[in-house]
Design a protein around this ligand. Structure first.
Ligand code: ATP
Ligand code: LTN
Length: 330
């Protein structure tokens, strides 16, 4: 049996270069070596307030982005989380084997709860359990994500191991796939923070995949730099390290080739070249986003939901049976 991968992104805000270099790019690279499921996790999106019309539009936009970065719907399953009811149902079962104390430790919850102030929904607290359900429903082997999801993956493994121990072998225990380079692209405005679409203050530090050339030029021009003039990879200089990492990943030049390319040059040259390679990457990508036909997109998402359901349904049924949840139908 081919090994399986599962991953997802939330249809909120705008997809940025960090999401691409940390996650989407690896999904594309891995999709032919694994049986792949790529989900648009709209149930995760509603853990913080969303405008329904905007959420619906962003869900379709994200599906277009998946396809335009190179996810091949003939090879991979692309679907919307809320189209497969098993995700919500397994979450309930897993809620009953997850401890409050485990969820209280989640750093993403703590960060997001702080931003929501008194309006912290129960769903936000339960977010990691829904994520565990996503992954475990597909008997997933590998989960390609950015560095920020590591803690959620560890919790997913703990939940699977506990469920298997208490109710008998039910779920495969997944491994994270976190790339060595690019797993944490930093904000151009503040290299101490990760590039993030949910952080409103940092718009200027975030290159969006749908940004036009002017926006890209402006953002790189204003990008923060560190002291020292030499253009080389240096862990002690996070701003330049981040810019060089982006250049290295977009051009696929080795770090040595990148340093040689910029040898004896200054920040102006680095920013100019980075702007050029980014625009060169984004232009054809954005054309592909626009070229995807609406009807075709519906067809892909319907087919995706049916394929996902065919795997998720039996896993859910097994989990229920193992827990003793047998009613009229069984
Ligand atoms: P954000 O913080 O921008 O809101 P998110 O993690 O909430 O991002 P998703 O769209 O759900 O948003 O994330 C999709 C993928 O992108 C995840 O695998 C996540 O780990 C990865 N990712 C997010 N930000 C970065 C980053 N700055 N560098 C590398 N990978 C990232
Ligand atoms: N929490 C993830 C999105 C996500 C996910 C998943 C990633 C939801 N379910 C399952 C991998 C596997 C994030 O990146 N914010």
């Amino acid at each position: 049996m081919p090994k399986r991968i599962f991953s997802g992104a939330q249809p909120t805000g705008n997809v940025h270069l960090g999401n691409y270099l940390g996650a989407l790019r690896n999904w594309v690279a891995l999709q032919r070596d694994y049986e792949s499921f790529f989900c648009i996790v709209n149930l995760h999106a509603i853990t913080v307030p969303q405008d329904p019309k905007v959420l619906a539009a962003k869900t379709r936009e994200l599906a277009r982005i998946y396809l335009a970065v190179g996810i091949d719907p003939e090879v991979s399953t692309v679907f919307v989380q809320s189209d497969v009811a098993a995700h919500a149902e397994l979450t309930w079962l897993l809620n009953c084997v997850t401890r409050m104390s485990e969820l209280e430790r989640m750093t993403q919850f703590k960060d997001k709860a702080r931003k929501q102030q008194e309006n912290v929904g129960v769903g936000l607290f339960d977010y990691p359990v829904l994520m565990a359900a996503d992954i475990l429903l597909y008997q997933t082997d590998l989960v390609p994500v950015g560095e920020d999801q590591k803690q959620h993956l560890e919790l997913t493994r703990d939940i699977a191991i506990r469920f298997n121990r208490d109710y008998g072998e039910t779920f495969r225990v997944p491994d994270p796939f976190i790339p060595k380079v690019g797993a944490r692209i930093m904000s151009l405005a503040d290299p101490a923070k990760k590039m993030s679409k949910s952080d409103e203050e940092s718009e200027a530090g975030c290159i969006m995949l749908l940004d036009d050339a002017d926006a890209v030029r402006r953002k790189f021009k204003r990008a923060v730099t560190d002291s020292g003039t030499e253009i080389r990879f240096d862990a002690a200089r996070p701003a330049i390290n981040n810019l060089l990492t982006i250049y290295h990943l977009l051009t696929e030049k080795t770090p040595a080739e990148v340093e040689e390319h910029f040898g004896g040059q200054g920040y102006a040259k680095l920013k100019a070249d980075l702007t050029d390679v980014t625009i060169e990457f984004l232009k054809p990508f954005q054309e592909r986003v626009r070229a995807i036909d609406d009807g075709k997109l519906d067809e892909i998402l319907e087919r995706g939901a049916a394929r996902a359901e065919a795997i998720a349904g039996p896993t859910l049924a097994q989990a229920k049976a193992n827990m003793g949840l047998t009613g009229a139908k069984s």
